[in-house]
Design a protein around this ligand. Structure first.
Ligand SMILES: [Zn+2]
Length: 261
């Protein structure tokens, strides 16, 4: 997907990443040469160093004729060869969404312009600045003895089970969100909540904070809305699981290896 000796350049328009003629998301040299500067609405760095590459946002009404059918972001992330590559793909997708959805000031309605120093947009009339939106979520693997809790949400592929997850509410700690989400979704109590790791999750701008937790009390009772089924699974009898690049799968694999933090 990426040539090791060149900076990746990704293209976006209308809030979405554009597929390259290569079949991936990194633009080919010929595609970049064909771009006139006036079709580029904005550009953003894909990391702290210039070598990390750039995202070029094109005016929505001047998308290049060489645009290929849209590539599903999940497919692109699944092709990432390491965490670094995953990171700049995730960042590009989130910046494309943010650029598209934050064009005007939420306080006075004036058009936003790029901030002089920060990766942000700012409003000249009233001074309000808007940074790329990030929505913190918890994602948790609950363990009971030698079993773990996995659940099915309505939008999952048939047969797939995953960890429980949810957005952190305003004013709430991540640990409190773990206890609340599990209580709301499957009606049990947990204890000994402990941090695992985090992952940027660009659907569309989540930051997943991963945790393990131990079962404390209660009977599994899915809410029937966000969770349709929930069961305790042993290490040697796991169902169809989320893709390997997801933090959900990393939580489960850590449990499978007996590494519970
Ligand atoms: Zn304003």
């Amino acid at each position: 997907m990426r040539q090791d000796d060149c900076q990746p350049v990704l293209l976006a328009a209308g809030g979405r990443l554009l597929q390259s003629a290569s079949g991936g998301l990194v633009a080919m040299p010929a595609e970049l040469e064909a771009l006139h500067s006036e079709v580029i609405e904005a550009q953003y760095p894909l990391g702290p160093d210039a070598a990390d590459g750039r995202l070029l946002v094109l005016h929505a009404d001047t998308e290049p004729a060489l645009r290929q059918p849209a590539m599903a972001l999940r497919d692109a992330l699944a092709q990432a060869r390491n965490e670094s590559e995953y990171g700049w793909l995730s960042r590009a997708a989130q910046l494309a969404t943010w650029h598209e959805q934050h064009r005007f000031c939420g306080r006075c309605g004036a058009a936003l312009i790029h901030h002089a120093q920060d990766l942000a947009k700012t409003c000249e009339p009233c001074g309000l600045s808007q940074y790329p939106r990030i929505s913190p979520c918890i994602i948790v693997l609950v363990v009971r003895g030698d079993q773990c809790l996995l659940a099915r949400a309505p939008h999952y592929a048939a047969g797939r089970f995953s960890t429980l997850a949810g957005f952190i509410e305003a004013g709430e700690t991540a640990e409190a969100a773990v206890a609340r989400e599990i209580q709301e979704e499957v009606s049990i109590e947990v204890q000994n909540v402990r941090y695992f790791k985090s992952q940027s999750w660009p659907f569309p701008h989540a930051l997943m904070l991963g945790f393990f937790a131990d079962y404390k009390a209660g009977e599994l009772m899915p809410d029937g809305v966000e969770i349709l089924e929930a069961h305790w699974f042993s290490r040697d009898n796991l169902p169809d699981l989320p893709p390997s690049f997801s933090i959900s799968r990393q939580l489960i694999e850590s449990y499978r290896r007996g590494e519970l933090g």
